[in-house]
Each structure stands twice: as structure tokens, then as C-alpha cells.
Design a protein around this ligand. Structure first.
Ligand SMILES: *Cc1c(COP(=O)(O)O)cnc(C)c1O
Length: 374
């Protein structure tokens, strides 16, 4: 069976975790956390990157930082992972879902402005499959309406839009290092803070609402409770695992890109024959080979293909059930405008196995997909 995902492992993980244990420093903000944060800052150009316990938690931090209060509204796509919405619902926000573009599966930037009301506080673009939303347009709308922008860049680590790293364009960017993502620490993530002026509060919220980070740097002589926060910093053990990946990020990216291109080459004849659709990467977007998906005709054909692939030893998956049709989505959100593409396109999409080290196994997946359409 070809797995859908295998968590990345590059060889140095055990050694680094042993080093963290050896230093008798396994809580947060030690040497490995510092290395990972600095790496993220260098490679993205953000003012500050703070490692977190998940992308979900990074998004919760962003909601606290931009000051979401009960009754505020936040605009996002319905075609996304639960956490994008849940982080804001926790603060009492109403989630306003807007339709996606069928070509990238990202929020349709042309539908956002009409969904804005006097209660709107933020726009939350999700860079699906590590392929960027139309950020120039989104930032321009946000500026005109004085809204914050929180990028869900969970899938977009090392992707770019017009040369800028995803997660650095909006006020805050949220990365995931879950085991299904390109770079992993088991469970973990990062919050990217674009503006220097917001860094201090971000550090406070991450450290249970205290100014302990300043204390550790020797900037103050005692630390105290400053505002409502939580514990969002990961253990050094997790950071040590992540460092082994970031250190060889280029190798991981190249390896995934080779598989991604192999899929695209191998399946383009089926696309030309009108049997399937392949991912579209707009010109301004540099992607990170996070995901390879195909789209078939409809829900029924997808179910048949999933079953066929399983029979032929390939584990493929689908996602997401649109959030506006979920129980919590109905409670915390509403769909603005018409659902032209969200539901329909989500039912056509199927993700093929993709992980570091997939290599020639991709050919067996391609053969199985071709055999189905014969
Ligand atoms: C994976 C993912 C998340 C959640 O990441 P965690 O690190 O598991 O919290 C959020 N949004 C999107 C789009 C994701 O793909």
C-alpha cells in the first residue's frame, strides 16, 4: 500500500532530540527553538517568527492580537480546515464565509468587499495547497476598510507571492508543522508578526500573558502578568525535531517538487483528454509542492476512483467538508452570497499521496489513475 502521507524524517532528528535532553533543557524557548525562529525570520523576512504548539494556536494568538471580541465578523473561505474558523469562533466572532475560485480553490478576492459590514474586523485568506491567494487585491481591500489580515499559511511554508514569503504579507501569518505538512515537529506551528510594533504583545500572549520573554533577555528585573494570554510555546523536544528538517529544507523542497512535477507530467494526457483537472498555479505564485490534487467530474466518480485506488494499493484522500455545512459552521457562521463553487468543487477533489521520499512510487499512483480512466 502506498501511504497517503509519511511524516518527514531526515536523519538528524534523534541526535538533536538527544542533545536537547542532554542539556537538561526540554521546556520551551531553548537553543533549538531559537534556531528554528531565526531560520524562519531569515528565510521569510518577517519581523518576528514565534514557534507555537500548532497552527491552530498561532491563529488563536492572531485573533487575540487583533482584538476579536464577541459580535465581530471575520471573512474567510468555507473550503478550509476547521481551525481557520474555530480560532475566531472561540473569541466570539461571527464567521462570514465567502465562495472560492474554482481554479485555485482559494477565496475569491472579488467577492470579499461585498461581505464587509461595520462589524467586520479581519480577512483570513487561506493559501490552499501552498498556492497563494490574490494578496495584492486582498491587502488593498483591507487597507481601504481598516481591516486586519491574518494569513492561514499552514500549507504555505516556503511558498511565495510576487517574491514575498506567504505569511509575511498580512499583519499575521500562521504556519503549521503538523506531521502532514512539508516540515514537521509532530504537532507545532509558528506565528509570523509582520510589524515590529506588535512583537512585544505577541510574546506576552504566547507566555501566558506575562512579559517573561523580556525578563529572560534581561530587559526587566521581574516579570508579571500583563494581559490575557495562554501557553503557546512548544517543548524543545519538538523544536529539535523541526530543526533537523529546516536545516535541509532545500532537499525536502526539491524532493517534493520532483514528485509534484512527476504527477503533472504523468497525468497531463488525462487532463488534455478532458478526464481530469490538474492544479493551477498563477504566474505570481511560487509554490512549495505541498499537495497534489486532481479533480474528477463529480462526487460519484470520486468515490469510485477512491475505491479503485484503494484496491490497487494507493491510499488517496479527500477534504474538506465545507465549514458552512458543518454543525459548528452553522452555529458560528453564515455564507455570504451564493455557494457557486465551494460545495461543488470540494466534491470533485481528490488528493494523491505526497510526502518527502515518495519518488518513483508516484509512477504507480499515476498508472493506477490512468487504469481507472481506461
Ligand atoms: C493543517 C492546517 C491547519 C492546522 O494546523 P495545526 O498545526 O494542525 O493546528 C490550519 N489550516 C490549514 C489550512 C491547514 O492545512
Amino acid at each position: 500500500m502506498i501511504s497517503f502521507n509519511i511524516p518527514p524524517y531526515t536523519g538528524k532528528e534523534n541526535e538533536y532530540i538527544a542533545q536537547a535532553i542532554g542539556k537538561r533543557k526540554i521546556c520551551g524557548d531553548g537553543e533549538f527553538t531559537r534556531k528554528c525562529s531565526q531560520w524562519l525570520e531569515t528565510h521569510t523576512g518577517t519581523a518576528k517568527a514565534l514557534l507555537t504548539t500548532s497552527c491552530t494556536h498561532a491563529t488563536e494568538m492572531a485573533a487575540l492580537l487583533i482584538g476579536i471580541w464577541p459580535g465581530d465578523e471575520v471573512i474567510m473561505p468555507s473550503y478550509t480546515f476547521v481551525s481557520t474558523a474555530s480560532a475566531f469562533a472561540l473569541r466570539g466572532a461571527k464567521v462570514v464565509f465567502v465562495d472560492i475560485r474554482p481554479d485555485t480553490m482559494n477565496i475569491d478576492e472579488n467577492l470579499i468587499e461585498a461581505a464587509i459590514t461595520e462589524k467586520t474586523k479581519a480577512i483570513v485568506p487561506v493559501h490552499y495547497a501552498g498556492i497563494s491567494c490574490e494578496m495584492d487585491k486582498i491587502m488593498e481591500i483591507a487597507r481601504r476598510h481598516h481591516l486586519s489580515v491574518v494569513e492561514d499559511a499552514a500549507q504555505g511554508v516556503l511558498s511565495t507571492y510576487k517574491g514575498k514569503a506567504l505569511g509575511t504579507i498580512g499583519d499575521y501569518g500562521c504556519y503549521s508543522f503538523h506531521e502532514t505538512k512539508n516540515y514537521s515537529m509532530g504537532e507545532g506551528g509558528a506565528l509570523l508578526v509582520r510589524d515590529e510594533k506588535n512583537v512585544e504583545r505577541a510574546e506576552i500572549i504566547r507566555e501566558k500573558g506575562t512579559n517573561r520573554s523580556q525578563y529572560f533577555r534581561g530587559q526587566i528585573d521581574k516579570y508579571t502578568w500583563m494581559e490575557a494570554g495562554s501557553s503557546y510555546l512548544p517543548s524543545e523536544l519538538n523544536a529539535a525535531y523541526l530543526w533537523a528538517q529546516l536545516e535541509v529544507s532545500g532537499r525536502i523542497l526539491e524532493n517534493r517538487m520532483a514528485s509534484w512535477n512527476r504527477y503533472r507530467e504523468g497525468l497531463k494526457a488525462l487532463e488534455a483528454a478532458g478526464k481530469i483537472e490538474l492544479p493551477y498555479v498563477p504566474e505570481d505564485c511560487g509554490h512549495n509542492a505541498h499537495m497534489f490534487y486532481i479533480k474528477v467530474s463529480n462526487l460519484k466518480e470520486r468515490q469510485e476512483l477512491l475505491a479503485f485506488l484503494k484496491e490497487h494499493g494507493v491510499s488517496a484522500v479527500f477534504h474538506y467538508i465545507p465549514l458552512h455545512s458543518s454543525p459548528a459552521g452553522r452555529l458560528f457562521g453564515r455564507f455570504y452570497g451564493e455557494d457557486r463553487y465551494t460545495t461543488m468543487e470540494s466534491q470533485r477533489l481528490l488528493r494523491l499521496p505526497m510526502y518527502y521520499g515518495l519518488a518513483e512510487k508516484a509512477d504507480r499512483v499515476i498508472d493506477a489513475v490512468k487504469a481507472f480512466f481506461k
